[in-house]
Design a protein around this ligand. Structure first.
Ligand code: GLN
Length: 526
């Protein structure tokens, strides 16, 4: 038996029956990380020693007959934009390269309280801004199914680590698809919960009205297990909803018979890879076989979603990222070099005036901000700060931000209308399977358009889940998206769970040849 092939729920069963110890489990996953990750790039930081120590502690407590939590002894990876008090939190940005948070995010605290073992922090597009994980300041993540392709983003490390068997569970964040896209491209299951379902306290903000933390696993059951720990009200996040958390895992047993589903036909066919269209249509048939009628349905304003999202997300980002000024947080430019440069410029200015410099030198504090930000942020983050600042500036606010806010209402109204007819929507996650590294990097618009099917759920604040539903002829995973009304996570999880009882796409693993190629990059074979 290969331990790293087991799902989180299977591992828990083995732990409870004393077939396996947490130390054995943690060692097996750490071994995979060690042998694959220098080439895959899924982790930015791994804390082996602490993971081993915590595993031994959980084993000791279990042996002593003490009560242990629902995640006891399971290794879990956390996206590196979620604060951990004992590991750096870089957001894959040079500006936070040395940032050590003084506190844990609420979800990190909850995982620790549930006796989960945080093995490391996963790579992402800088601040979550991207869809391919090529925009990390610390190097790209590769797709375990084909190392020449992207894993999707921005939680690329979280999904790739799962697909490559380096952890059984991981936590990501989703502002416009960042959990679902990489889950789809790497062949794993990932959930973006309803806005407010999971506390955002300690999640480094990208676009606060869209951001949501969520679980990734190999199966819907694993995702339900982790969601139960992550979800719930947090007095430290005023947007987290009060009230209890449903027993998601237990609810999976209820087969959602007779409920009606809507197939998003506008997201199939033109502009969408033929194999994806095919796989989604097949998936619809699986639900019909399970006793759920599927009707065709549309979201009339959906063609506006990408434009609307990129105004709102960048506007919020431009404001959220203002805090990185080289004073309060993170990277600061070399002040000595800056002083010298400034002195030099002042001399020039005094001698020759305007002719020497296009404008009078900045005061030192302004220069400190400007240089720290210019050196600390990557090009995509800068592009978004500029776009967002523009959309919010006087004279343009009404034309851009306000319009986008109105369109957002229309998109939400489309969903409300759809959910008055059906319990959930089914469609694709992405228009194509994983693309090649470098393919879209020079073309931001092409990269943005890749988000066409995922941003709607964030704009509307609803829940959405991605799960594997097929493979291309060349062997790349295809993802199915299920979208449900606010707080219908249990419905999406049930649908996914019963779909996974009928299909085996979630059991497929990246081909050994791909993993061998990955390991060979390091000259080491597991
Ligand atoms: N690709 C989208 C973006 O770049 C979504 C990213 C996310 O969900 N964090 O904004």
């Amino acid at each position: 038996m290969d331990i790293t092939d087991l799902t989180a729920c299977e591992l828990i069963a083995q732990l409870e029956q004393r077939q396996l110890s947490s130390s054995e489990i943690v060692d097996a996953f750490l071994y995979r990380i060690k042998h694959l990750d220098s080439r895959l790039g899924a982790f930015l930081h791994v804390d082996e020693e602490q993971a081993r120590r915590r595993a031994a502690e959980v084993d000791r407590r279990r042996q002593a007959g003490e009560k242990v939590g629902p995640l006891a002894g399971l290794p879990i990876a956390i996206k590196d934009n979620i604060c951990t008090c004992d590991q750096k939190t870089t957001c894959a940005s040079k500006i936070l390269a040395n940032f050590q948070p003084p506190f844990d995010a609420t979800i990190v605290r909850r995982i620790r309280e549930a006796d989960g073992i945080i093995v490391g922090k996963t790579n992402l597009d800088e601040f979550g801004m991207g869809g391919s994980n090529e925009l990390s300041a610390f190097g790209p993540v590769r797709n375990p199914w084909d190392p020449d392709r992207v894993p999707g983003g921005s939680s690329g490390g979280a999904a790739a680590a799962l697909a490559a068997g380096m952890v059984p569970l991981s936590v990501g964040s989703d502002t416009g698809g960042s959990i679902r896209q990489p889950a789809a491209l790497c062949g794993v299951t990932g959930l973006k919960p309803t806005y407010g379902r999971v506390s955002r306290f300690g999640l480094v903000a990208y676009a606060s009205s869209l951001d949501q933390i969520g679980p990734l696993g190999r199966t819907a059951e694993d995702v339900a297990l982790l969601l139960e720990v992550l979800a719930g009200h947090d007095p430290r996040d005023s947007t987290s909803v009060p009230g209890g958390v449903p027993p998601y895992r237990q609810l999976l047993n209820n087969r959602p018979e007779g409920i009606r589903l809507g197939l998003l036909v506008d997201q199939l066919g033109q502009g969408v890879d033929e194999e994806i269209t095919q796989a989604i249509s097949e998936a619809a048939k699986v639900f019909e076989r399970l006793g759920m009628p599927v009707i065709e349905i549309g979201l009339p304003h959906h063609h506006l979603a990408v434009a609307c999202y990129y105004i709102i997300a960048t506007s919020e980002a431009s404001s959220n990222l203002a805090r990185y000024d080289g004073v309060h947080f993170g990277y600061r430019t070399d002040e000595r070099a800056m002083e010298e440069e400034l002195a030099q410029e002042r001399r020039l200015w005094a001698e020759k005036g305007l002719a020497a410099l296009p404008e009078e030198p900045d005061p030192p504090i302004v220069r400190l901000y400007r240089k720290s930000r210019a050196e600390g942020f990557g090009p995509e983050v800068k592009r978004r700060i500029m776009l967002g600042t523009y959309a919010l500036s006087a004279g343009y606010y009404e034309a851009y931000y306000l319009q986008a806010a109105k369109v957002r209402r229309l998109i939400r109204a489309d969903y409300d209308q759809a959910f008055s007819q059906v319990a959930a929507l089914i469609g694709p996650v992405t228009p194509t399977p994983a693309f090649r590294l470098g393919e879209k990097i020079q073309d931001p618009l092409a990269m943005y358009l890749f988000d066409a099917f995922t941003v709607g759920a964030n704009l509307a604040g609803i829940c959405a889940l991605a799960l594997p539903c097929g493979q291309t002829r060349s062997g790349l995973p295809i993802g199915l998206q299920l979208q449900g009304p606010p707080f219908a996570e249990h419905v999406l999880l049930q649908l996914a769970y019963w779909f996974q009882k009928e299909t085996d796409w979630h059991r497929r693993r990246p081909p050994l040849t791909a993993l061998d190629r990955i390991a060979a990059g390091r000259g080491d074979t597991p």
